[in-house]
Design a protein around this ligand. Structure first.
Ligand SMILES: NC(=O)c1ccc[n+]([C@@H]2O[C@H](COP(=O)([O-])OP(=O)(O)OC[C@H]3O[C@@H](n4cnc5c(N)ncnc54)[C@H](OP(=O)(O)O)[C@@H]3O)[C@@H](O)[C@H]2O)c1
Length: 405
């Protein structure tokens, strides 16, 4: 099977190394050798820590798309602008493997429908959960189960930072540490503001509920404004805070959010440490199922691209039909949540309380506010510069929809 690769950065270079270093094993599993014909990059002359493709590097992505020798296109470059390139390739009836969460979160339904129409699978295990094979599990689960909940710790960078902040390290120092460990980019906004987790939640919700939810539809709060002092003020001893991204079905539609959540220390979702991720699925008839693993990193991510390539090779030979179900329309609702507040001073809290919608419950002694529409609550806290942690009840796996404290 001949492949072309767009991107040879963290993930792409690790992919080229793995396909070279594990060539025999991959060929045995795939049933045929997997050969990298060409790779497209921004700067073809740049030295790279990986073996070169057979015909080297090019800047010309169009050349890859038109090359009839290419059986499968792998896109590990990132960014929503790859939609036309991937669509063109799928239209030619050839499979695509991608790790691009930004693209899938927004255009997943378009790509899935092209894949069905042209009988060309699109695989994207690497887009969510690093080394955890959550996409494969969801695709299988949806065929037999009625899933009612999907959620978890979906961003390793934020999880690492929260661990350090809860351990007393100030946000900026924790961020520097994450950068030195290769866990945070120079501009960490997508990770710390929860956008990366929101994109992954959109992909998981698409698969779990068959519903397209653009990432910006989830009410969202990040972790950039949290500090050791805030966490100490708000958390009880047997509690932890995690940046959760969760979505569930209600009778009226699909709802969910992304934000820092208080969890009992004993809960499964409180467990991932450092750059780990964890996901819980819930539904009938299986009940909650949990998965935990390393959430990011070139090698962990590339290993899932390799697994996708093996799967594509096998299904091509066996003539397995494309297994992506069509998206169904659904109403997207903002959940009602409670939160515990912390603020630099009593005056800020008081100012915040004045801006709350009439009749919103607020206990200034315990700092507990709500229930209130999550979008309104998070926006109000941000504009009033009040720090909050979402309160959520339940232990064990934490699957069913959150019950506010
Ligand atoms: N890193 C992770 O841990 C991780 C985890 C899960 C998913 N992902 C996803 O994997 C994808 C790649 O991530 P990454 O960390 O490997 O990114 P990266 O290190 O920034 O690499 C991006 C690669 O794409 C190439 N590229 C960028 N624009 C291009 C263009 N217009 N034409 C051709 N090539 C272009 C770059 O070329 P040059 O090398 O010449 O600049 C580079 O090789 C993203 O979608 C990301 O969301 C990454």
């Amino acid at each position: 099977m001949n492949i072309a690769v767009i991107g040879a950065g963290h993930v792409g270079a690790a992919l080229l190394r793995q396909l070279h270093g594990r060539a025999e094993r991959v060929a045995r599993e795939a049933g045929e050798p997997v050969t990298v014909l060409r790779a497209a990059v921004r700067e073809p002359e740049k030295p790279r820590d990986c073996p070169d493709p057979v015909f080297g590097y090019t800047r010309d992505v169009g050349q890859l798309l038109q090359d009839a020798r290419v059986d499968v296109l792998v896109e590990v470059a990132g960014g929503e602008h790859w939609l036309p390139a991937l669509s063109t390739f799928l239209r030619s009836g050839r499979p695509v493997v991608t790790a691009n969460k930004a693209l899938l979160a927004r255009h997943g339904p378009v790509l899935f429908s092209l894949a069905r129409e042209h009988g060309a699978p699109i695989r994207f295990e690497a887009a969510v959960g690093g080394a955890m094979p959550i996409i494969r599990i969801l695709l299988d689960a949806r065929r037999v189960d009625h899933l009612s909940y999907v959620g978890g710790v979906l961003n390793g960078t934020a999880n690492f930072l929260l661990d350090r902040i809860a351990g007393g390290v100030p946000y900026e120092a924790a961020l520097e540490e994450a950068r030195r460990a290769g866990l945070a980019e120079e501009d960490p906004s997508d990770d710390v503001e929860g956008l990366d987790a929101a994109r992954k939640l959109s992909i998981l919700a698409q698969l779990a509920f068959g519903t397209a939810v653009p990432p910006e539809m989830w009410p969202r709060a990040g972790i950039a404004r949290l500090s050791p002092r805030v966490l100490q003020a708000v958390l009880h001893e047997d509690e932890r805070v995690k940046l959760l991204a969760e979505a569930w079905r209600t009778e009226d539609g699909i709802t969910g959010y992304v934000g820092p959540v208080i969890l009992p220390a004993s809960a499964f979702l409180a467990r991932p440490s450092g750059a780990e991720n964890a996901v819980v699925l819930d539904g009938n008839p299986g009940g909650p199922t949990a998965l935990m693993g390393l959430g990011a990193g070139g090698d962990a991510t590339a290993s899932q691209v390799v697994a996708d390539l093996v799967s594509v090779a096998r299904s091509r030979r066996a003539g397995v039909p494309v297994d992506l179900l069509p998206a169904e329309p659904a109403t997207i609702l903002s959940p009602r949540l409670r939160a515990r507040l912390a603020s630099p001073d009593a005056r800020t809290l008081e100012e915040f309380s004045r801006r709350l919608p009439p009749l919103t419950p607020l206990d200034l002694d315990t700092g507990v506010v709500g229930p209130l529409d999550a979008g309104a609550l998070l926006a109000l806290a941000a504009s009033a510069d009040v720090r909050l942690l979402i309160a959520r009840r339940g232990g064990g796996l934490l699957g069913a929809p959150p019950v506010p404290l």
